[in-house]
Design a protein around this ligand. Structure first.
Ligand SMILES: *Cc1c(COP(=O)(O)O)cnc(C)c1O
Length: 399
């Protein structure tokens, strides 16, 4: 136990956290209050696109903070205008609304769809979402999410989010009725253990929503901004959704989110949507710095190369240690252990200087900085294998 810093008991308890306080980050590395060094493959939960404290973000923060931080959402600022233009130019969408979190951007997407339904679909308001999906922690987004543990939580639920089965187009068709206005999904379900919707399924959904006159909303809070090796995850399927949300990777570590929509669904009227901090100059200046780097074709090629290296290493480990499937795309990867020991592996790995995440009891998830170096990927794989060996041999002893 460390007593060099005061206890954290003034923080509201929401979950158990390890007795480690991080004081400094640099690229793929984090340093705790005792000076210990960790290779970080969590990166703020797929947030730190360019790693910890990258030059691009420090420079954007320094320059913009001495110029203009926030001029209120009632006025335009140049940073928000510029970032919106960059997002529009690099995507299938025409307009952008900035927000601060993924949940807030998704709320905006659902509000936009409901408004569009009120105007064009006789008041249709239901948004079909998917079992095991994750869209955030506001009351409406908890209802939109398909997390089994949330089914009985914070009742009553916000209505209007019937659940289909990912990969099963028939399950979507069966839910479509007069009240349906949109279908919303993650191209890869991140929190539920890196489960891909699949390109064929995304194309089938696009076809179905076109035929039925519904909107297709992609929640790219986790998959967007180069995470999968393309700037946006929907690109792999060659489709053009109607609405997209971004958050996590867009700010590269600062709170920044975006709701993007094609022209035909931009139906907000004055007073429908807003937010105090939305599109402030400081955060959007950072977003522009991150997107400038992440949209560079050489950067994207690097993400794909590191992703292939990482996935190949995971498959080799899985084979050597008789574990399960390796899933994901680019640098959003998961290793299925085939047994519920992921939390133990996370703990042992941390003791060995490696930070990883277990989104489910039997699944490890990896979401490193997108500019992680090849030698850092190799080191991560080495430390992972050693942690897995230790936990799995412990498991044998218990048997
Ligand atoms: C993290 C996440 C969210 C919620 O984002 P917050 O910024 O935590 O509100 C929504 N959707 C997906 C796919 C996510 O991964």
């Amino acid at each position: 136990m460390h007593h060099a810093t005061p206890p954290a008991d003034a923080l509201m308890w929401i979950t158990d956290r390890p007795d480690v306080r991080f004081v400094r980050g640099d690229g793929s590395w984090l340093y705790d209050h005792t000076g210990r060094q960790y290779l970080d493959l969590v990166q703020g939960w797929a947030v730190n696109t360019l790693g910890h404290s990258p030059e691009e973000i420090r420079q954007a923060l320094n320059e913009q903070s001495s110029r203009l931080i926030n001029c209120s959402p009632a006025f335009h600022n140049e940073c928000a205008i510029e970032l919106a233009r960059m997002l529009v130019q690099t995507s299938a969408f025409d307009r952008v609304f900035f927000a601060n979190t993924g949940a807030e951007a998704n709320e905006g997407a659902v509000k936009l769809a409901r408004k569009w339904g009120a105007r064009h679909r006789q008041g249709a308001y239901e948004v079909i979402t998917f079992r095991n999906g994750f869209h955030g922690r506001s009351l409406a987004m908890m209802a939109a999410s398909g997390k089994p543990q949330w089914e009985q939580l914070f009742e009553p639920k916000v209505p209007g989010f019937p659940k289909a089965q990912l990969g099963d187009i028939g399950s979507v068709e069966r839910l479509i009725g007069a009240s349906t206005v949109a279908v919303m999904l993650e191209p890869i379900q991140g929190e539920s253990g890196v489960i891909e919707a699949g390109d064929d399924f995304l194309r089938a959904l696009r076809r179905l929503t076109h035929e039925r006159g519904l909107l297709l909303i992609v929640d790219e809070v986790q998959t967007g901004v180069a995470r999968t090796g393309r700037l946006y995850g929907y690109e792999h399927a060659g489709i053009e959704p109607d609405i997209m949300t971004l958050a996590k990777g867009l700010g590269g570590g600062v709170p920044l989110a975006a709701l993007l929509a094609r022209e035909h669904c931009c139906v907000f009227e004055a007073g429908d949507q807003g937010g105090t901090f939305n599109g402030n100059a400081l955060m959007t200046a950072v977003g522009a710095a991150v997107l400038r780097r992440a949209s560079d074709p050489a950067f994207l090629a690097g993400v794909r190369a590191r992703g292939e290296q990482f996935a190949a290493g995971l498959r080799a480990i899985s084979q050597r240690q008789a574990l399960g499937e390796v899933r994901g795309r680019g640098l959003l990867l998961a290793l299925d252990l085939g047994c519920d020991r992921a939390a133990e592996v996370v703990e042992v790995a941390r003791e060995q200087g490696l930070l990883i995440n277990a989104p489910r009891p039997g699944v490890l998830r990896f979401m490193p900085a997108l500019n992680i170096r090849a030698d850092e990927v190799d080191l991560g794989l080495q430390r992972l294998e050693s942690a897995l060996r230790q936990v799995m041999s412990r498991a044998m002893l218990v048997v």
